[in-house]
Write a protein that binds this ligand. Structure first.
Ligand SMILES: Nc1nc2[nH]cc(C(=O)O)c2c(=O)[nH]1
Ligand code: SF4
Ligand SMILES: [Mg+2]
Length: 238
């Protein structure tokens, strides 16, 4: 493996400092690196510009940038933590730029979180260099067939890193049953599960959180809102 700041990755945007809006690190100051491409096609995806060529000109929404450009922008403002998201960021693991990016962030002393849909197995260096994986497996309402959404071997590998938090996007209380079936089937520790409402505005998030909070807690799960939506709405760059 060679680490080079001139390696490249295909990026949608790099922004921050802002805060991690979702999951166990909610509220922590951080920067975001949003990579291009996804292997799923969730109906309610809030970042389709990273993957949906039928609705977006991906040559305009995505740009290839050097690791040096990406890291310089991400560390502007000394965020202390960097979140790599997408799209599905683990699709980039075979690119030289991926390990160069992780190595450069680690060298700079920042923590690194990765937001993943749980279908991709982390490589050994990925598992070693990432501080936390926020794994968000998709339920039936996301729309893709189960065989595409759910990859047991990838879930097992992510769980085995000991660094995974599992985050389930729920539209209502009926989804809790599916989350419980999922965590049982894949032997996920409920204490490592976060249930989050789906929505891109505060009224929707609040209404849904009120409906799912009690059943989630009763099932042994944690809950999270989407803090950045409360602070900044659906605005890009947060
Ligand atoms: N503030 C903020 N927190 C986030 N947590 C996960 C995000 C994502 O898009 O993956 C996200 C995001 O886009 N913004
Ligand atoms: S996995 Fe995430 S980025 Fe991919 S389509 Fe679903 S919501 Fe969008
Ligand atoms: Mg987002």
């Amino acid at each position: 493996m060679t680490v080079s700041l001139s390696d490249t990755l295909v990026v949608r945007e790099v922004f921050g400092p802002t805060v991690q809006g979702e999951g166990p690190s909610t509220g922590r100051r951080c920067a975001f690196i949003r990579l291009g491409g996804c292997n799923l096609t969730c109906h309610w995806c809030d970042t389709p510009e990273t993957w949906d060529a039928s609705r977006f000109d991906l040559r305009a929404t995505l740009t290839r940038r050097t690791v040096e450009q990406i890291v310089t922008r991400a560390l502007d403002g000394e965020p202390g933590m960097v979140v790599i998201t997408g799209g599905e960021p683990l699709l980039h693991q075979q690119q030289d730029g991926w390990l160069s990016l992780l190595a450069a962030l680690t060298f700079a002393g920042t923590e690194v979180e990765v937001e993943t849909n749980g279908t991709q197995t982390p490589t050994e260096p990925t598992a070693r260099l990432v501080t936390r994986f926020n794994v968000s497996p998709k339920l039936a309402h996301a729309g893709d067939p189960a065989a595409k959404r759910i990859r047991p071997e990838a879930l097992r590998a992510l769980h085995a890193t000991g660094k995974a938090a599992f985050k389930f996007v729920c539209q209502g209380p009926d989804d809790l049953r599916e989350v419980q079936d999922f965590t049982t089937a894949h032997a996920l520790d409920p204490a490592r599960v976060w249930v989050m409402p789906e929505g891109t505005d505060t009224p929707t998030l609040c209404a849904r959180l009120a409906e799912i909070a009690d059943p989630a807690i009763a099932a042994g799960f944690n809950i999270t809102t989407r803090l950045h939506v409360h602070a900044w709405g659906d605005e890009k760059g947060h």
